[in-house]
Design a protein around this ligand. Structure first.
Ligand SMILES: [Zn+2]
Length: 321
């Protein structure tokens, strides 16, 4: 009698003894739900394995969540939550994040929905390929909620990443130049590497460089116009200046790694070298620290963005961390 254990509704119904029909010695209770709905609810009451795809398929065909509400079935609802929460690794891929989000919203599990929504940020919107099942389970309102959430996360990530170039055309010493937020070049201002007093030759006044702010820090980078064979390619500069866009498109993804990190490092490698002694290992470690800090700030900013769902659930605007 799984239904009796899982549902106070059926427990009371049978206890009251007002059953009208009996089949092979067992009581029969007429219900309005179709057999598919009741069959899947029985599966949720039984120990058999249920995958997310099983849940998605059943949710696309039957109104499971209203039936669980109607029959006061907290345990099967908890089972659904356990299945979704157990999919934490499974949620890493965007398609699966969308599945879990759609199901979590359908069952009113807003904390799970928040986790899945955040996972969906790791891919750009154009890479989303929701399956027909996801499309039939996810309501238009839930899709709207997800897109609004994504827009707010994009703005938060872009702001925290703060990848902004400022022209730095003077050769009066990099340390005198500040970015738009008043940040100075970390290499020029580092006490160990300051070399103006050491008499190192300064580059021509006509050379061109940018002060690139990245998160809370900034450093000089060479440009395609830099003098003395120190220029970088237009393609490299383009990639560097578009790092902020990467965070806008996929605010949950780590943008500066691999080739992009190397590009950044190369771009700054000699940008201050005429003015400061540039030790490769130190500079690379410094750059890594700046990027890590920026990424941490981006992640923190995104985590603070709530999934603002409308309707019942575990709390409007609640966020999971
Ligand atoms: Zn500098």
């Amino acid at each position: 009698m799984d239904l009796v254990r899982a549902s106070p509704f059926f427990d009371n119904l049978l206890a009251d003894g007002i059953i009208e029909e009996v089949y092979e010695g067992l009581p029969l209770c007429p219900v309005l739900e179709d057999s598919g709905t009741m069959h899947f609810i029985l599966r949720l009451c039984s120990p058999g394995h249920i995958t997310i795809l099983d849940l998605l398929d059943a949710s696309a065909k039957h109104a499971l969540s209203p039936a669980l509400d109607k029959y006061l079935m907290d345990q099967p609802r908890q089972r659904v939550e356990d299945i979704l929460r157990g999919s934490h690794e499974y949620v890493q891929a965007t398609d699966n994040a969308l599945r879990v989000y759609a199901l979590a919203r359908a069952f009113g599990l807003d904390v799970v929905a928040q986790v899945a929504a955040r996972q969906s940020l790791s891919a750009p919107l154009e890479e989303w390929e929701p399956s027909p099942l996801v499309i039939s389970v996810m309501s238009a309102a839930d899709l709207h909620t997800l897109l609004q959430y994504r827009m707010r996360c994009s703005a938060a990530a872009h702001h925290a990443a703060n990848i902004v170039p400022s022209p730095s055309l003077t050769s009066e010493g990099c340390a005198d130049n500040t970015s738009t937020r008043g940040i100075r070049c970390v290499f020029c201002t580092a006490p160990k590497t300051r070399s103006r007093r050491e008499g190192v030759e300064f580059p021509d006044a006509g050379d061109c460089r940018y002060l690139l702010s990245i998160g809370r820090s900034a450093f000089h980078i060479r440009t395609p116009n830099s003098a003395n064979n120190e220029h970088i390619s237009l393609a490299a500069l383009d990639k560097i200046l578009h790092i902020g866009d990467e965070y806008k498109q996929a605010p949950g993804r780590r943008a500066v790694c691999g080739d992009l990190f190397e590009l950044l490092y190369e771009a700054t490698a000699n940008a201050c070298s005429g003015r400061v002694s540039f030790r490769e290992n130190e500079a690379r470690a410094t750059m890594k620290r700046l990027v890590e800090q920026m990424q941490k700030d981006v992640d923190t900013a995104v985590v603070k963005v709530p999934l603002e769902v409308v309707g019942r659930g575990e709390g409007r605007g609640q966020h999971f961390s």
